[in-house]
Design a protein around this ligand. Structure first.
Ligand code: PNS
Length: 162
């Protein structure tokens, strides 16, 4: 029987507890989830790809049903390449909706065989974003409630030195 596979794309710069919550819930619906780290020329990240990958790896406790990969170009092409049908995205506040709706609609127009599954972020994480976490860390605030320990450590090193 064909395994149910979903792609969870994003920048993951860095991975947060909000991402991990969506991943966990995605794994209840799909046999395998590919975390696909997007290469975005316009969005230069704080972490390198290798670091992002490593931080995700350190947060998934060796779960064999999670595959970590990266892609550039269009998400629809990547989804086709790995022979998946579903993309998972987390929705936080209303402010996410317009962008996500636009993206899902464009993707579905370009590839009608693909669908985006939205999950409402848990109440504990709906206010978390990688951008605000980096800002808090930059000004030496604690990010331990927002990112797993390895990410917290790396952020400290980046902004406060080793
Ligand atoms: O974590 P992010 O930054 O919100 O993730 C956005 C991402 C990477 C999912 C999105 O920008 C994306 O799919 N980029 C790949 C390029 C693409 O397919 N664009 C067409 C949809 S507008």
């Amino acid at each position: 029987m064909k395994q149910k596979l979903a792609v969870y794309p994003g920048s993951f710069d860095p991975v947060t507890f909000g991402h991990l919550d969506i991943l966990q819930r995605g794994l209840e619906l799909f046999d395998r989830v590919i975390i696909a780290i997007a290469y975005n020329i316009e969005k230069k990240g704080l972490f390198t790809f290798e670091e992002r990958k490593e931080l995700i790896q350190q947060s998934i406790n060796g779960n064999p049903n999670v595959i970590i990969d990266s892609f550039d170009g269009l998400l629809i092409d990547y989804v086709k390449k790995v022979d998946a049908t579903f993309v998972i995205r987390g929705l936080r506040a209303m402010s996410d909706f317009e962008y996500e709706f636009q993206m899902a609609s464009i993707n579905r127009t370009l590839n009608p065989g693909m669908d985006t599954l939205f999950m409402m972020t848990s109440k504990d994480y709906f206010f978390i974003s990688a951008r605000t976490i980096k800002e808090v860390a930059q000004f030496r605030g604690s990010v331990s409630s927002f990112v797993p320990a390895p990410g917290e450590k790396r952020l400290k090193e980046i902004f406060e030195g080793p």
